[in-house]
Structure formats: C-alpha cells, structure tokens
Design a protein around this ligand. Structure first.
Ligand SMILES: Nc1ncnc2c1ncn2[C@@H]1O[C@H](COP(=O)(O)OP(=O)(O)OP(=O)(O)O)[C@@H](O)[C@H]1O
Length: 287
C-alpha cells in the first residue's frame, strides 16, 4: 500500500472564495436586480443591501493586494468580514496559519474568531480610535496584544514596544504619553505598530491614510511600504485612492455596487483599465 503524500501547504496566507455580505434578507431573492449592470446594490424585491457578493482573492506572504472602489462599493465590508468584525453571509475565508488553510474561519465561534485577531490577522483602520485606546499610552496600547498572547515580562514588553515605536518613527520620549495627545499621523503610526506587535501573517489596512494631511499621509505611506517589504506580511489594502493602491500593492480588485468588476496587476490596470468603471476611477486619479 502506498503512503499518502501529505498535501503541500498553500502558497497563500489568506484565501477568500465566494465572499458575500447582505444587509437584510439574506435569501437568493435579494440578489436579483443588484450589481453593476443594475446600477445598485439594493435589492428591488427585498430592499436588502448586497454590500459584497462573489468576491474571490488570495494573498501570498510578502504580497499586497488592493481593493479599490468609491464610497459604498463594498470594499470595507469585505475587509470587515475578513477581519471578523462582522460575519459574512456566504463564502469561505481561509488562513494558512489556521489548520494549514483547511478551515473556513467564517464557521468559527466568536471567541475562536476573536483569538485570530491576536496573532493571525491584524487590522489598521482609517480612524485610529477604532484600533487604539486613546486614553492609554502608546506603550500601553502596544503592550495589549502582547499580554493577550501571554507575554508577562515587563522589561521585554517595554523593549518590544520601544522597538516597534522606533520602527514607526514615534519618538521614544512619547512612549508613556496618552495617544490622545498625539497628532493624527502619530496616532496612525502607533496603530500600525500595535497591529504589527505579534508579527501577524495577515495585515488588513482600511483607508490607512485617508483624513491625514497630504504630507503626513505621504510619510505614513512611505512607512507602510517599507514595512510591507521587510516583514513578509500578506496585506490587503482597501482604499478609494489609486495613489495609495499604486504605492502599496502589486495586484488590485476594483469593486462597484458590491461586485468585483475587474482585477489584475496594479500597474497594468492603471495603464490600461478595461471596465468602464475602472477607466473612470483611473481617469479621476490621473486628474
Ligand atoms: N450595517 C449596515 N447596514 C446596512 N447597510 C450597510 C451597513 N454597512 C454598510 N452598508 C451598506 O453596504 C454598502 C457597502 O458599504 P461599505 O462600507 O462596504 O462601502 P465602502 O466601499 O467601503 O465605502 P466607504 O469607503 O464609504 O466605507 C453600502 O451601500 C452601505 O450603505
């Protein structure tokens, strides 16, 4: 009898298949009449919002994938479903770090799902207050995920926090100041440091520089680009801004009315967009 050959581990860190999220009646009746060809994500039959449907992608370690679309296109919904901030209506989400990618993490119970946020998936949100406790010091915020996975040694925790803060270029003499006293750009840098504290294999970035002044945003983008290159993390970058997508990602999905209308290499898509909606987004970005 031949020995079974073990399955090779997946090459991706995150794989999403057939992801869907409907707000309202989740039955198939809500799908008809929605999507780009109908110009709406709202079901004429049930009034449900088909915020995302049939979304497929995977991301390899060291790779960054962009999701672009205008407000309401469904990109943040995809990110929230992957992050576990909300539960997808349909589809599979697999992480190489969880049972070698064989488990649909959508099926995990809420506490198991929350645990993944400690060392498997991290998220950076547009609003630093969504990822940080503003009343706690920068060092304290970074200590949080470390203690949650069992770090106990105060000296080691401080050392790790200091190392991360210096990497994101937050002056170490601000380590014990409450994050509320920080500027917007510095808050975002602390949020990034916290997200990377436990070396997660997957990092989700939702409009990481939206709302920052242009020069501050440019600095944070530079930082992110360096971190993505050096950490080997698999990143998903959600943005309405092709400048951000161009700077950070290799591949991109374009979403409109809850559906992916085009996907490809970021450079090629910017050079030669095929779908009329992508053409419109590129033309707007090129001003
Ligand atoms: N909790 C909710 N209940 C009902 N509808 C929702 C809810 N959250 C989002 N939606 C709807 O789902 C659709 C997609 O929203 P989503 O936030 O994913 O869009 P987006 O492309 O990320 O836009 P933005 O950049 O403005 O966040 C929108 O029509 C939105 O109004």
């Amino acid at each position: 009898m031949s020995t079974p050959v073990p399955l090779a581990p997946p090459t991706w860190a995150l794989k999403v298949e057939g992801l869907g999220r409907i707000y309202g009646d989740p039955s198939a009746a809500s799908l008809a009449g929605t999507g780009p060809e109908h110009g709406t994500a709202v079901s004429p039959a049930t009034g449900a919002v088909v915020a995302a449907w049939d979304v497929d992608f995977d991301v390899a370690p060291g790779e960054a994938l962009g999701i672009i679309g205008e407000s309401g296109s469904g990109k943040s919904t995809v990110m929230r479903c992957v992050a576990g901030d909300e539960i997808a209506t349909a589809g599979t989400i697999a992480l190489r770090g969880v049972d070698a990618g064989t488990t649909n993490i959508r099926d995990l119970d809420p506490s198991a799902r929350r645990r993944l946020r400690l060392d498997q998936i991290s998220a950076v949100y547009q609003d630093p207050a969504a990822g940080l406790n503003l009343d706690v010091s920068a060092g304290g915020n970074i200590a949080d995920p470390l203690t949650a996975i069992g770090w106990r040694n105060y000296g080691r925790i401080r050392e790790r926090a200091a190392q991360l803060l210096s990497r994101v270029e937050v002056p170490l003499d601000r380590m014990d100041d409450p994050v509320r006293s920080f500027s917007g750009g510095m808050r975002q840098r602390v949020q990034i440091a916290k997200a990377l504290a436990n070396d997660p294999p997957v990092l989700l970035l939702d409009e990481p520089t939206t709302g920052l002044d242009a020069s501050v945003a440019a600095g944070v983008l530079d930082l992110l680009r360096g971190l993505l290159e050096e950490t080997g993390v698999a990143a998903v970058v959600v943005s309405h801004d092709f400048g951000v997508i161009e700077m950070l990602t290799r591949r991109v999905l374009v979403m409109q009315h809850g559906r992916v209308v085009e996907s490809g290499l970021t450079d090629q898509l910017l050079e030669d967009p095929q779908h009329p909606y992508s053409q419109q987004l590129v033309a707007a970005a090129r001003g």
